[in-house]
Design a protein around this ligand. Structure first.
Ligand SMILES: C=CC1=C(C)c2cc3[nH]c(cc4nc(cc5[nH]c(cc1n2)c(C)c5CCC(=O)O)C(CCC(=O)O)=C4C)c(C)c3C=C
Ligand SMILES: [Fe+2]
Ligand SMILES: [Fe+2]
Length: 338
């Protein structure tokens, strides 16, 4: 019997340092996120990052937390319900980190008699730190605990026409009536090293400006290329002219060379370039979360205005919008027919 496992990142149990610390420990000790030797990772994460970050992150989480819990979890659950109600095979929801584990998701499907699982990582663009870590853990669990299950991994959907259409329609709807000067596409950043590491050709991705727009088999696993493509296709559908939009990368951790240009730096410089009304869209995230609600809608908004900006609007993620849920339900239906 067929079934589906939807997987997103996860959130701490509560916005307190006590719960944020073990969550960040699980997340940052993941070898696909901080991809150095175990000893170096432990030194970096447990010896340095986790000394202060849980307090700071808990404070940030507290500002976005809702009565129902973390926005990422709340929106993912709503989206899951809507998808589930449209299809006639079991659909489970799991998170890569935290208590809603992939193991529990697979168990839930197994208990309903599922042996053939469509694994959908809820990230439009492929990255080692987001997609591979889900695929690798699911593979490990199947090998050790669910030998009767086979997995079908859904490739990144950054350029799928129905996803692009849903995203473009959502942006258009949210921006109705906002006469913005500029639309910024801000994607979660990753270390440049990750791009080189997942280059299947081993030589294509030089991150020098043109590699990501030059056709190559490397692009199946090139996060930067996939971000450019999402932006290009959405802009085309919306008919936004050159110069009225740009693309940046946010949420970097210190100590590494991350993809540029950086969202915060660019936003702070915009008012001086005459951009006074700014709209920001965050297409690496399908559900609003800390990185969209606190980093963009709150912090970037304040910084933009402190630097002379006048109006700022953070476009919500797709969350549980009907069109997006229908798109996912259609992917499930198409897969389950074959
Ligand atoms: C879009 C996909 C994501 C990629 C790629 C990604 C890479 C990545 N992230 C970190 C470090 C952190 N990310 C944090 C939060 C966070 N990251 C994503 C998605 C991707 N991360 C989401 C959806 C969220 C929000 C989670 C939520 O609960 O709302 C955090 C935690 C928060 C904080 O302390 O700031 C960290 C840390 C790295 C190092 C990385 C690639 C190497
Ligand atoms: Fe992240
Ligand atoms: Fe590339």
């Amino acid at each position: 019997m067929k079934g589906v496992l939807l997987v997103n990142l996860g959130s701490p149990e509560s916005p307190t340092p006590k719960d944020v610390k073990p969550y960040l420990d699980e997340f940052l000790m993941d070898k696909y996120v901080i991809d150095v030797t175990y000893l170096l990772r432990a030194l970096l994460v447990r010896g340095i990052i986790l000394r202060k970050r849980p307090e700071q992150s808990a404070h940030a989480y507290a500002q976005i937390w809702t009565d129902e819990g973390s926005p990422l979890i709340v929106f993912s659950k709503r989206m899951h319900e809507k998808v589930k109600n449209q299809v006639d095979i079991p659909v489970a929801l799991a998170m890569r980190y935290g208590t809603m584990t992939i193991e529990k998701g697979l168990q839930e499907l197994k208990d309903q008699g599922v042996t053939d699982v469509m694994l959908l990582a809820l990230y439009p663009q492929y990255a080692m730190a987001s997609t591979t870590t889900i695929w690798a853990l699911a593979d490990e669990l199947v090998a050790t605990k669910f030998p009767e299950i086979t997995l079908t991994k859904v490739p990144a959907f950054y350029n799928k026409p129905d996803f692009i259409q849903a995203l473009a329609n959502s942006i258009k709807k949210h921006l109705e009536g906002f006469d913005y000067d500029h639309l910024l596409f801000s994607y979660h950043g990753i270390p440049k090293r990750h791009i080189r590491k997942t280059d299947v050709t081993k030589s294509h991705c030089k991150i020098n400006g043109s590699c990501c727009t030059t056709p190559s088999p490397a692009h199946e696993f090139c996060y930067r290329h996939q971000c450019f493509e999402t932006t290009k296709q959405v802009v085309k559908l919306l008919g936004i002219p050159e110069g009225k939009y740009s693309q940046t990368f946010q949420s970097r951790l210190a100590g590494d060379k991350w993809l540029t240009p950086y969202t915060d730096v660019e936003i702070n410089n915009m008012p001086a370039k005459g951009i006074k009304k700014l709209a920001v869209v965050t297409p690496a995230f399908v559900a609003d979360c800390l990185e969209t609600l606190e980093e963009i809608a709150m912090r970037a908004n304040e910084d933009f205005k402190a630097n002379g900006g006048e109006e700022f609007f953070a476009v919500p993620c797709l969350n549980d919008e009907d069109e997006w849920c229908n798109v996912v339900a259609n992917w499930v239906k198409d897969w389950s027919k074959n």
